[in-house]
Design a protein around this ligand. Structure first.
Ligand code: DAT
Ligand code: MG
Length: 139
C-alpha cells in the first residue's frame, strides 16, 4: 500500500509573488490535509544538503542558490496515495510541460522556478519531512 504522507515546499519565487495562500488552497481543495507547516529561509548549505541527490548535476548550483534566495513554506501533507496524487496536482517539473490546471502550470515560471516541490517516493517524503520538522511538529 502506498503511504499517506508527502512533503512540499512553496519555493522562493512563488512565496515572493504572494501565491502561498492560493497554492495552499488548491492543495486543501484537492483533498490533502496539512499536517505540519512552517515558513523558513534556508542557508545555501541547508539547501545543498536537502538536494544532495542532485549534487554534481549541471543545475545543482543554480538550484541551491535559488532555494536559499528567500523564504519558503514547507509542509507535510496527508492523503491516501499522497506522493503520487500530489505529483499529479503539481504537474511536470518544467511548467511548460505541465498539464493545464496544475500548480506548476498556474504558478511556475520556468524549469528552475517551478513554484513547488513534491516528494518523489514515500522514502523521500519521510526524509524530507524529518529534514524540516521535529518529531513533535510531525505528531
Ligand atoms: P522535481 O522537482 O519535479 O522532482 P527533480 O527532482 O528532477 O524535479 O529536480 C529538482 C529541482 O531541480 C526541480 O524542481 C527544478 C530543478 N531542476 C531540475 N532539472 C533542471 C534543469 N534541467 N534545469 C534547471 N533546473 C532544474
Ligand atoms: Mg524531485
Amino acid at each position: 500500500m502506498n503511504g499517506q504522507l508527502t512533503f512540499t515546499m512553496i519555493k522562493p519565487s512563488a512565496f515572493e509573488a504572494g501565491y502561498t495562500g492560493s497554492i495552499l488552497s488548491m492543495i486543501e481543495k484537492a483533498g490533502f490535509r496539512i499536517k505540519s507547516l512552517k515558513k523558513v529561509k534556508l542557508t545555501t548549505s541547508q539547501a545543498g544538503d536537502f538536494y544532495e541527490m542532485h549534487r554534481g548535476k549541471p543545475f545543482y548550483e543554480g538550484l541551491v542558490g535559488f532555494m536559499s534566495s528567500g523564504p519558503i513554506v514547507a509542509a507535510v501533507l496527508e492523503k491516501e496515495n499522497a506522493v503520487e496524487d500530489f505529483r499529479l496536482l503539481i504537474g511536470a517539473t518544467d511548467p511548460a510541460n505541465a498539464e493545464p490546471g496544475t500548480i506548476r502550470k498556474l504558478y511556475g515560471k520556468n524549469m528552475g522556478e517551478n513554484a513547488v516541490h513534491g516528494s518523489d517516493s514515500d522514502e523521500s517524503a519521510s526524509r524530507e519531512a524529518a529534514f524540516f520538522f521535529s518529531s513533535l511538529e510531525l505528531s
